[in-house]
Design a protein around this ligand. Structure first.
Ligand code: C5P
Length: 219
């Protein structure tokens, strides 16, 4: 039995990896599978939310009841998210967004006639930080995958991006795996969720989000 903790709430979720074009056939991406973000979308829908899922490169099926928008690059993800933000109560940013894009992607396939080549990269916008700093910001939840000093880096990230809630996980355990083990960081401190399938973790996360959201929006 899943209580409808988010009945009528509009939840925007990003998931999966972004893909930054190098040329007509190549690009830069990462090993995010999208499984965690899709599990969060499913758990939010189960909890009665209206879910918009902005999905990067992933072949995963759309969870029941979610409206899905497919994007490739971080720039496209930003545009889709910014369009949806004004109609969102909660934003959960699970996507592994590329930090950089290629400055001048080639229109055609690049021929291998040079012995070395250099790609010029420029920083991508931080989608979550932008949304969280808006005057009309929804309740924002971030994810932080770190390979060391997890709690220290994650809490610094939570503060820097002005997030009421951040989900910290060790990158070696999380990326591509079916299970996850995370620590939720909020103003009250740390809440450790034991290793479990991503859908179980997602359901516990959604219960925690609903709780914090209700506390913030008490009449
Ligand atoms: O700074 P870092 O990439 O570790 O932050 C991770 C969090 O920020 C995740 O919630 C991710 O979805 C979000 N993010 C973003 N846009 C970026 C980079 C990260 O929304 N360009």
């Amino acid at each position: 039995f899943q209580p409808k903790l988010l009945r009528g709430k509009r939840v925007l979720i990003t998931a999966g990896a972004t893909f930054e074009r190098i040329d007509a056939v190549r690009g830069i991406t990462n090993t995010s599978s999208g499984k965690m973000g899709f599990a969060v979308a499913r758990a939010a829908a189960e909890a009665g939310a209206e879910v918009t899922l902005v999905a990067g490169d992933t072949v995963l099926p759309t969870p029941a009841g979610c409206q899905r928008i497919n994007v490739k690059s971080a720039q496209q993800m930003l545009e889709s998210v910014e369009l949806a933000v004004p109609a969102s109560d909660i934003f959960i940013s699970v996507a592994a967004v590329a930090d950089y894009h290629v400055v001048n992607p080639a229109e055609h396939k690049i021929k291998k006639d040079a012995t070395t080549m250099t790609l010029e990269l420029a920083a991508n916008p931080d989608i979550l930080a932008r949304v969280a700093s808006r005057a009309d910001a929804p309740f924002c939840v971030g994810f932080a995958a770190e390979s060391e000093k997890l709690l220290e880096y994650a809490e610094a990230k939570r503060k820097r991006k002005h997030l009421p809630l951040l989900v910290a996980n060790l990158v070696q355990q999380a990326m591509g795996a079916d299970d996850n083990e995370v620590i939720l960081l909020d103003d009250a401190g740390q809440h450790r969720l034991a290793r479990a399938p991503k859908l179980d973790i997602a359901r516990q996360l959604i219960a925690h989000v609903a709780d914090l959201y209700q506390q913030q929006h008490k009449p």
